[in-house]
Ligand binder design. Sequence first.
Ligand SMILES: [Zn+2]
Length: 163
Amino acid sequence: MVEVRCVGCKAMVPDSEGPSHPYMASAAGCWERYCSLEEWKGRLTGEGSIGVVQDLVDSFAVQHATNTDRRNVQSIAVHLMSLCSGLELGPTGRQRRVRIGRWVGRDYPVLEPRPAGYPITISDVAAAPAAMRSSTIERLAKTSWSAWSAHHDTVRGWLDDLG
Ligand SMILES: [Zn+2]
């Protein structure tokens, strides 16, 4: 199988001709792996599962800071805010989802430098046995947030301003 390096998360993924997300640019094979988790996500139940899914969505987004398209820049900002609040402030997954909708309607600066890579990616989540996926996503969220450490104070500042 021919593999290519994803432009966002830098994981090696199958070379594919398929689609990728419209503005969170990734290798098509990386987007395929993300989409392959849909069925597993659909089987999750309970209030806590919303937070698990939010961690997954947030982590995929911040690992694919690949361009300066306004939507990409907004997406990186609000998903970093959601990751930070989930890890440091403890709102429910449902609250995070509502807040993202509120945060997204403004402009954010491009955050440079961007992380050079991530110890855990969507590929690791897709490869994990179903019973291990939630704990893998927990580590994915923590390490994705850590990778952006150069901008932690900026993101915390946005959270202070916007709540
Ligand atoms: Zn990727």
